[in-house]
Design a protein around this ligand. Structure first.
Ligand SMILES: [Zn+2]
Length: 142
């Protein structure tokens, strides 16, 4: 699946560590909760954690260790991974999926904020997380 605009460029997540850290800090979370991995599914398999999605772009794990939570992020997010996320948004009726799909920087910030919401609320309502994350983006740019 290629977008109408041609090949989607990869998002270099690790290169945006500072942006990610400041988004976390704005919500009182330490940057140490993020673990960058090459591939989330492969990492989970090594840890014997179930993960069925090979294109997973982020995953929040709750545990009894330091900080009580870990947010897994991939070092690089490919176009296929972006479309896996935005395809899910489309299925759930989240209206801003295309805007996020077309802007890698916005996509990454929204992705991180989505996980921030999971961390803060410990619920698994994807639409609530998406809507809240999108509101945070708006609050920053206006
Ligand atoms: Zn989620």
């Amino acid at each position: 699946m290629a977008s109408l605009d041609g090949e989607m460029t990869n998002i270099d997540v690790r290169a945006n560590r500072d942006v990610i850290a400041s988004l976390l800090a704005a919500h009182g979370l330490p940057s140490e909760i993020v673990v960058y991995v090459d591939n989330i599914q492969a990492w989970c398999r090594e840890q014997r954690i179930e993960e069925s999605n090979p294109w997973r772009s982020a995953k929040t794990l709750y545990h009894d260790g330091t900080h009580g939570v870990t947010v897994l992020l991939p070092n690089v997010i490919t176009g296929d991974m972006v479309q896996s996320v935005t395809g899910g948004m489309l299925c759930r009726g989240f209206p801003h999926w295309r805007e996020l799909e077309q802007d890698g920087s916005l996509f990454l910030k929204h992705l991180v904020l989505h996980e921030v919401r999971h961390v803060l609320e410990r619920h698994h309502d994807e639409n609530l997380c998406d809507t809240w994350a999108y509101e945070q983006l708006g609050a920053k740019s206006s």
